[in-house]
Write a new protein. Structure first.
Length: 421
């Protein structure tokens, strides 16, 4: 039985006709090695952002179902165009929408979860010798509507297909050479990590390393999919995400991650009675808003009221406010928000056995003049919410303090150089 591979190309890698043709050559080369090839494509360049902007020109609160109908078109364009390019190279390619590819999701429009993959049509295409191209980031819900999987969702499409067809590897081709010790757009001497454990990659993706969507990493771990994240501009080996038992070195800190898309919501005048925090968070969960850090300040005196602060993705702020409006009024709480927060995190499995990491993080940020507004930790991560504009300074300071740069540092001649800030 020949090997099977899923190759996923991100937006930058298919941004224009030249790049689509280049990706087509790479796909065909794989097929010519005798592999069965399934390809997942993202929308070209900034297409998804443009489609979102179009919707916002029309409506301040676009219907999520219609949003999905709109956003799903971006990846379909890429697939059809890539199929044409592959056909021109003398190979047969068929393009499929997420729905045609059998990706069944729940009904949470704009951030649907994959429930099942019915890959018969893909298998049939492969059996007929075709290269099968699947539009990333989308599926069809159990109510037969088009859904999308959240920003960066094509990674999850790729991993889910790899699991469904039992592929040997899921290759994620992107605009950087792999997973780095920090976003190479911010830290120019970040180190490419040859391997990273699922445990660490989950924490990295969850804390902002958008190079792999969080759900794709979760899915890969749950289904035993091997992810190889690599550059679409050269042939070099990238980063392989592996089980914990495979990682040899266990450095104290593996990476510094960040996010600039955070909003902090503060509820003041929160009644100091049992059950209030539960009601607030249930209202947010029912609206499908992910709450990240939560801090409650105890009332200053008995009988007075408390403050409750938490962070949510900035994109969810309007939804969060709407979800809180009714209980805020009922309980006499005031809702305030700061939209320009950021978060910086250090991630490393070695932290489990080494005390003092938190002290170092806080000291480094303090010395850089950065005020820490909220803190949260896991056994292998320390995250600090900081003012959004100070995120790059914070990331560079922590990356330097933990001495994370190294020999695999990005080279200026790499194509990525054109994006570096
Ligand atoms: P694609 O369109 O290929 O899916 P993304 O923009 O989603 O690409 O992800 C790649 C980007 O992720 C890189 O350009 C880089 O700026 C960013 N990134 C953030 N953190 C990291 C990290 N630790 N390692 C590599 N890239 C990172
Ligand atoms: N095109 C979608 C986005 O920009 C999905 C993806 O690229 O993975 O988020
Ligand atoms: Mg992506």
């Amino acid at each position: 039985m020949p090997g099977t591979v899923v190759m996923k190309f991100g937006g930058t890698s298919v941004a224009d006709a030249e790049r689509i043709k280049r990706a087509a050559q790479r796909i065909v080369a794989k097929r010519e090695q005798g592999m069965r090839v399934v390809v997942v494509l993202s929308a070209r360049g900034k297409t998804t952002d443009e489609l979102i902007a179009w919707a916002q020109e029309i409506s301040s609160s676009p219907d999520p179902r219609e949003m999905d109908m709109l956003l799903s078109t971006g990846e379909r364009q890429s697939c059809a165009l890539a199929a044409m390019a592959i056909n021109d190279l003398g190979h047969r390619a068929i393009s499929l929408t997420g729905s045609q590819a059998g990706i069944v999701t729940d009904t949470s429009h704009t951030k649907a979860r994959i429930l099942e993959v019915r890959a018969d049509r893909i298998r049939q295409g492969l059996d007929e010798g075709a290269i099968v191209l699947v539009a990333g980031f989308q599926g069809v819900s159990t109510s037969h509507d088009v859904t999308t999987l959240g920003r960066g969702g094509s990674d999850t499409t790729a991993v889910a297909l790899a699991a469904a067809i039992d592929a040997d590897e899921c290759e994620i081709y992107t605009d950087v050479a792999g997973v780095f010790s920090a976003d190479p757009r911010i830290v120019s001497d970040a180190r490419k990590l040859p391997v990273v454990s699922f445990e660490e990659m989950l924490e990295m993706s969850a804390s902002g390393a958008g190079v792999l969507q969080l759900r794709s990493v979760e899915y890969a771990r749950n289904h035993g999919v091997r992810i190889h994240c690599r550059s679409s501009f050269d042939d070099a080996t990238g980063t392989v995400v592996v089980g914990e038992e495979v990682t040899v070195e266990n450095p104290l800190i593996t990476a510094v991650t960040h996010s600039t898309g955070e909003a902090r919501v503060t509820l003041t005048g929160v009644p100091d009675t049992p059950g209030v925090a539960g009601r607030v968070t249930t209202a947010l969960a029912d609206a499908n808003v992910n709450v990240d850090m939560i801090v409650q300040n105890e009332p200053v005196s008995e009988g007075s009221r408390a403050d409750l602060s938490f962070t949510v993705p900035r994109d969810d702020l309007l939804t969060a406010r709407a979800a809180l409006a009714a209980i805020a009024e009922e309980l006499g709480m005031t809702v305030r928000a700061n939209e320009s927060m950021g978060k910086v995190s250090v991630v490393g499995a070695g932290m489990k056995t080494h005390p003092g990491v938190a002290a170092k993080v806080f000291t480094v940020l303090g010395e850089a003049g950065i005020n820490i507004e909220m803190i949260s930790t896991s056994p292998i991560r320390i995250s600090c919410v900081v003012p959004g504009e100070q995120v790059p300074t914070a990331v560079r300071a922590l990356h330097a303090a933990f001495e994370l740069s190294g020999p695999d540092t990005i080279r200026p001649e790499q194509p990525f150089g054109e994006f570096a800030s």
